[in-house]
Ligand binder design. Structure first.
Ligand SMILES: Nc1ncnc2c1ncn2[C@@H]1O[C@H](COP(=O)(O)OP(=O)(O)OP(=O)(O)O)[C@@H](O)[C@H]1O
Length: 690
């Protein structure tokens, strides 16, 4: 269908919906008139909302507020847009919002906001019992006789004439069946306050009774709601245990861990919305990878668009650089020239030293500087001599440590001579600056996703930013998915979790066959998990999805391998099943590679074969009819229906050799594991016979 046609069809549907509501106005008005228990203003608002019940919404009027002795909830409306807990006000003075406060007649009326928020929290609790996230519950105050459409945190403030189109425009979250189930559940949870009597009379006959809202406005709102992308399965409903984590109160820094695909990011996104809803402060959501914030920000806008301006999605280095710029601290980041400084340092003091007896590749020693020495903020040889090198399997004698330290000093000298900074310098400078002058205004909460990929200095920086206050710092990650060498313990960063943590155990992403295959790769490998070593790579995980397909393609040579890959992708395009209803066949496909060189190679191969390609660095999570292509590192935190791993085993070796080889082999297996666990339904593993 052409784009113009579908827009036209959407417009027609929106108009029909608006007209249908208008047709029901008089009927609703009469019905509300028979609501004896309700006050006049409530009856009028109820009449307006009753029009919605003809198009799949359900309205509960005058309900008991559980947990209170006598208080009532004016209305609860359940519809495609979620659950709305409604309080009706008839004020003579015009309500408005000033500096985040509800005001009327020159006075603050914060108590009214607090009251409807408290009602919504009760509803949150009730719906959490069956796994509904608080993002789908919205407290609303409807003002009779006024026009406005404002927001204070989570609370929506709307005038009576604005209420229908405000609610109709909400993104669709619930199917008709779910609306029924949820409203029946709430009917029991919030019992009728008084028996609502329908009597013969009706409310005053008023001329406006037939025009409870502006049809044109509703039509536009209905169109907006369809323009929202379809809501993913986890946008509204989670497992009740996940919802409990989203809503939990933690007295200080906390951690969510769990194997790949267990919903850690999903829970973190819902929690970001929950924290944004609770207070007025900003929430910072950080990851190490710089393409993830775009994808996560995009998901968050779909999940809780009304809080999009309160939650900042940033990469750690992106945030640190912006922070330093804001503070006027110059840092000349130039990783290419910094690398060049290292190469010279290696030639001068590395390649003829004892270091080559342990490991001749200079890259290993650059990592030692990046992840152990600078990454942990070590400033003296004494400190380096003593440090436990978590995550590095290669034991170093004192002589090796001294030689590595010399290499580090030479590198620093040459780097400074060139007047350039590396990525660690950016974080170190930001940490110094933050310690000198704390952030203002500070963030109410900092959520760190994929924390295992950070260095110790990175974690210290975020800890300094968030502090130790309640619900301030949340660390999410899984040591088994660490794709960088080196590691740290949270205790080294001065973070005491004191039992504040939770482990998620159900994998909702990978079909069982895929997860089994991936687990096999790392099952023999111990790993470091931030709070201590984990001796066993085989972990207990429940799978939510059976089935799945793992295809192994073994070719005689590289050219044949690439031909098989292209044929598989063409087949996928023909089969037309790739994108979860969001885009065509290729929208859900990704080709993941170990290195940038391989990416370039496969980009050429696919383009020549006439297959559309999108590099992961340009992907923001929105469905695009193109094969995503990127490195294992860039694929972190993402997922695709079909994942293709060309020459997946080229770097995979048994790990019985010496220590450095073992360390490299384990890291390569963890990276492969991460790539494999990006696949939901199909995993294609290509190899060339050795
Ligand atoms: N309660 C749930 N119901 C259905 N699907 C869910 C639920 N929770 C999570 N998911 C799905 O599981 C998938 C994996 O979730 P998520 O990306 O949050 O996992 P993760 O633990 O962060 O993974 P990884 O560590 O591998 O990056 C998501 O696509 C989401 O659709």
């Amino acid at each position: 269908m052409a784009a113009g046609d579908s827009a036209g069809a959407r417009g027609r549907r929106a108009r029909e919906q608006a007209l249908e509501l208008a047709r029901r106005s008089r009927e609703a008005w009469e019905l509300a008139g028979r609501w004896e228990a309700a006050a006049e203003a409530e009856r009028q608002v109820a009449a307006t909302l009753l029009t919605l019940t003809g198009t799949g919404w359900r309205l509960l009027v005058d309900r008991r507020w559980p947990g209170t002795r006598t208080a009532n909830v004016d209305m609860i409306l359940v519809g495609p847009g979620g659950v709305f807990v409604i309080d009706v006000k008839r004020w003579r003075d015009r309500p408005g919002v000033e500096n985040g406060h509800l005001v009327a007649g020159g006075e603050r009326r914060d108590a009214e906001v607090a009251r409807v928020l408290a009602m919504a929290r009760t509803a949150d609790e009730k719906v959490a019992e069956f796994g509904m996230s608080p993002v789908a519950v919205r407290p609303v105050i409807v003002f009779a006789g006024h026009r406005l459409d404002e927001r204070i945190g989570r609370v929506r403030l709307v005038g009576h004439p604005d209420v229908v189109h405000a609610l109709v425009a909400e993104p669709r979250r619930l199917t008709a069946r779910m609306v029924k189930v949820v409203s029946e559940y709430l009917e029991e949870a919030f019992p009728a306050y008084e028996v609502t009597v329908l009597k013969g009379g009706s409310v005053d006959e008023r001329p406006e009774a037939t025009a409870l809202f502006d049809v044109a406005e509703v039509e536009k709102a209905a169109l907006d709601s369809v323009l929202h992308a379809p809501i993913e399965r986890w946008m509204t409903f989670l497992h009740p245990d996940q919802v409990a984590v989203v809503r939990r109160d933690w007295g200080g820094p906390a951690r969510i861990s769990g194997p790949a695909g267990t919903g850690k990011t999903v829970v973190a996104l819902h929690r970001a919305a929950h924290l944004a809803a609770r207070g007025s402060g900003r929430v910072l959501y950080v990851t190490f990878a710089n393409n993830l914030p775009r994808v996560q920000g995009q998901l968050f806008r779909r999940l809780a668009g009304h809080f999009a301006d309160r939650v900042e999605f940033r990469s750690l280095h992106g945030w640190a650089q912006a922070f330093l710029t804001e503070r006027g601290v110059p840092v000349n980041l130039n990783s290419r020239r910094a690398k060049d400084a290292f190469s010279h340092a290696w030639m001068r003091v590395g390649r003829d030293s004892v270091l080559v007896d342990v490991e001749p590749t200079p890259g290993y020693w650059q990592e030692e500087i990046d992840y152990v020495i600078k990454g942990r903020g070590i400033t003296s040889l004494e400190e380096y001599r003593e440090v436990a090198r978590h995550g590095r399997r290669t034991a170093l004698q004192t002589a090796h440590r001294e030689a590595a330290w010399l290499l580090y000093e030479e590198y620093e000298l040459l780097r400074k001579q060139r007047g350039v900074a590396d990525f660690n310098d950016v974080l170190l400078a930001a940490l110094d600056e933050l310690r000198e002058r704390p952030a203002d205004p500070p963030y109410a909460a900092v959520i760190v996703d994929e924390v295992q990929d950070l260095t110790l200095v990175g974690v210290r920086l975020l800890h300094a930013l968030a502090g130790d206050g309640p619900n301030g710092l949340l660390l999410i990650g899984d040591g088994q998915q660490a794709v960088y060498p080196g590691g740290f313990r949270l205790a080294d960063a001065g973070i005491a979790l004191k039992g504040r943590g939770t482990v998620l155990r159900t994998n909702y992403r990978n079909a069982a066959a895929i997860l089994d295959e991936a687990m096999e790769v790392v099952s023999e490998d111990p790993f470091d998990d931030l709070e201590g070593p984990s001796p066993n790579g085989r972990r207990t995980v429940d799978t939510a999805y059976d089935g799945g397909q793992v295809i192994r393609a073994v070719a005689a040579d590289a050219a044949e391998h690439d031909r098989i890959l292209v044929a598989a992708l063409r087949q996928l395009r023909e089969d037309g099943d790739g994108g979860d209803g969001e885009g065509g066949a290729l929208a859900g496909a990704a080709v993941l590679c170990r290195s940038i060189r391989e990416i370039e190679h496969y980009h050429r191969v696919l383009t020549r074969a006439g297959l559309p390609v999108l590099r992961l660095e340009n992907y923001d999570g929105r469905p695009v009819e193109a094969i995503k292509i990127g490195t294992y590192h860039r694929a972190k935190g993402l997922e695709f229906k079909h994942v293709y791993l060309p020459r997946h085993d080229a770097e995979i070796r048994p790990s019985a050799d010496g220590d450095p080889a073992r360390e490299r082999a384990e890291l390569a297996r963890r990276q492969l594991f991460v790539a494999m666990t990006r696949a939901r339904d199909l995993l294609w593993l290509g190899s060339v016979r050795r």
